[in-house]
Design a protein around this ligand. Structure first.
Ligand code: FAD
Length: 544
């Protein structure tokens, strides 16, 4: 079924009576027009990535009615965002901003506090405000997706500029950057590549950060800092403001590109390979945020359910996926490296020769010749993404389970063999205990790597949901005990992850809370996001 009947009725936020809440909604309708305010009182509709609901997390790890909005509001301008914020302060209603709400794996469109009013910024605030063909920058509103930005560059004939896209191109350029998401060109660290923010504060003032604070400046998108404290950082992964404009730098077209793929035969090749990758990555011979993936994901990305290959209980045995890999163009292996070399042919050749020489120091390492790969091979999707061309093929591994849902474990570490091994070992141990297939992918940045382990689960199977939740929580604790932390997490895990960043008697969280209380005295904006609870909620049983 594509709807979930409601058991618990409309989610009225705590601390306000039902009647007063409906009065408040009527007032909001008067301010913004009734067509721009919607109660979330019907069945919860499911969907897929491109037609996703904005009312809740369509991949629930808890009861599907836990993280739901009471209402949705669609502002058309920064001034209307200010009106919503003032309204929320008046009625003390929690509000939760999303840009497009495609944050799947981390909570989708859901608010952290049940019954919050979700501000869906992207529906009406979706303009590309500027593209500068000389400075290679742009300025966007929350509703601009990677697809939209890419298509606009093509339409204007700006082929000299590239965008950077995450694995899926339907997300918001702004939403992904403020959640510090990643893509796969040399511009893959989206937050690092932004320049300039406009923010509505929780009390309704509007600020422009960086050079944007200087009226008449023309440097907002080319110099990120301005003068004085660099305030941008506090508006990423936080609940201190609603970002209404974001500047982004664009990559120059490198004048050619060439993807490559290597396979490695043994599980134990991981550590030596990572040791080889580090110096190549830091010196930019390996130029992009590349991926080293476990071979099981190469089977899963074919898009067929796991039951096609194996119907037994517990994790899929190694011999089963190896049998499948042998039939595929990739061939039998345990790890697959997807990378990209940029520039004209002679420059690429220089780098690719070094890479080949280094990678083949691992016994059994194989370069797969792309000309032998059919057009529907996943390699070509990675090729597009690393060239800044939005794609959707990555969604296919979600079919691994019926009612395919996923939730991510995303720790960071330096690019070191022993760190990769330690993280892989703890993930493997906890996945084996939980009977969940392990599909790790190391995304290698310049001096660190994000390990992304997506747990694919059946969201209609309560036992499996619980097992996935436990597996994640165990991995977060195990990782913290070894000194590793997550770069990003799902709404339901935010308290736990924030709790691991506890040096000096939780000094960082106490600082975050002080800032929250100063900026948001009524505690209305995204309470609990990233584990930051305002005074009105703190210590009252909201943490999980
Ligand atoms: P939103 O959902 O709009 O925003 C994310 C969060 O940021 C919101 O929940 C909100 O808390 C906050 N926020 C958003 N807008 C604002 C604002 N204006 N002001 C204040 N706070 C705001 N992600 C990656 O980064 N890289 C990947 O490679 C990647 N691969 C994926 C692969 C698959 C198969 C799937 C399903 C997901 C993947 N994701 C990846 C996760 C996700 O799809 C993207 O990160 C997506 O871009 C996030 O959704 P969005 O852009 O619509 O952001």
């Amino acid at each position: 079924s594509d709807t979930t009947p409601r058991q618990r009725g409309i989610a009225i936020p705590q601390g306000i009576s039902k009647q007063r809440f409906f009065e408040a909604i009527e007032e909001l309708k008067k301010e913004l027009g009734s067509e721009n305010v919607e109660l979330n009182d019907k069945e919860l509709k499911e969907g897929w990535y491109m037609e996703h609901p904005n009312t809740h997390d369509m991949m629930p790890i808890l009861d599907s009615e836990e993280l739901v909005a009471s209402a949705l509001v669609y502002p058309g301008s920064t001034e209307e965002v200010v009106k919503i914020v003032r309204w929320a302060n008046k009625f003390k209603v929690p509000i939760f901003p999303i840009s497009m709400g495609r944050n799947l794996g981390y909570g989708g469109a859901a608010p952290r506090v049940r019954g919050s009013v979700t501000i869906d910024l992207g529906r009406r605030m979706n303009k590309i405000l500027n593209i500068d063909p000389d400075d290679y920058t742009c300025l966007v509103e929350p509703g601009v997706s990677y697809y939209a930005l890419y298509e606009e560059l093509q339409k204007r004939g700006y082929q000299h500029m590239w965008i950077d896209t995450p694995d899926l191109g339907g997300g918001s350029v702004l939403g992904n950057a403020v959640d510090r998401g990643v893509g796969y060109t040399p511009y893959g660290d989206h937050w690092a590549c932004h320049s300039g923010l406009e923010v509505v504060l929780p009390t309704g003032e509007v600020v422009r950060a960086g050079m944007g604070a200087l009226p008449g400046n023309n440097t907002w998108q080319s110099f990120p800092y301005g003068f004085g404290p660099y305030s941008d950082g506090i508006f990423s992964q936080s609940n201190y403001g609603i970002v209404t404009k974001l500047g982004m730098t664009l990559m120059p077209n490198p004048g050619g590109y060439e993807s490559f793929m290597y396979t490695f035969q043994n599980e134990s090749d991981l550590a030596p390979l990572i040791e080889i990758i580090r110096p190549l990555r830091i010196s930019n011979i390996l130029e992009n945020v590349a991926q080293l993936r476990h071979a099981l994901q190469t089977v899963a990305i074919k898009g067929k359910p796991r039951s096609t290959y194996w119907t037994g209980e517990g994790v899929m045995p190694q011999e089963v996926y190896h049998k499948e890999l042998k039939k595929m163009p990739v061939g039998d292996c345990e790890w697959v490296y997807y990378g990209m070399s940029y520039g004209p042919p002679h420059i690429r050749k220089y780098k690719l020769d070094i890479i080949h020489q280094e990678f083949t120091k691992i016994p059994g390492a194989k370069r797969i010749d792309p000309s032998t790969l059919p057009a529907d091979e996943y390699f070509w999707s990675r090729d597009k993404i690393a060239a800044g061309i939005p794609d959707l093929e990555e969604l296919l591994w979600v079919n691994w389970m019926p009612n395919g849902s996923h939730i991510a474990f995303s720790p960071v570490s330096p690019i070191r063999g022993k760190d990769a091994e330690a993280l892989y070992a703890l993930a493997k141990k906890r996945h084996t205990e939980a009977g969940i297939d392990l599909m790790p992918a190391f995304c290698v940045g310049l001096r660190e790597m994000h390990l992304i382990v997506e747990i694919v689960f059946d969201s209609k199977n309560e036992k499996m949901r619980r097992a996935a939740d436990k597996c994640l929580r165990d991995m977060i604790d195990d990782a913290a005990a070894l000194g590793y932390g997550e770069y990003r997490t799902h709404l339901v895990l935010m308290d736990q992850v924030a709790g691991t960043y506890n040096w000096n008697d939780n000094a960082l969280m106490r600082f975050n809370e002080k800032m929250k209380d100063a900026l948001d005295p009524n505690g209305i904006l995204a309470p609990g996001r990233c584990g930051i609870w305002p005074a009105r909620y703190r210590g009252r049983g909201w943490e999980m």
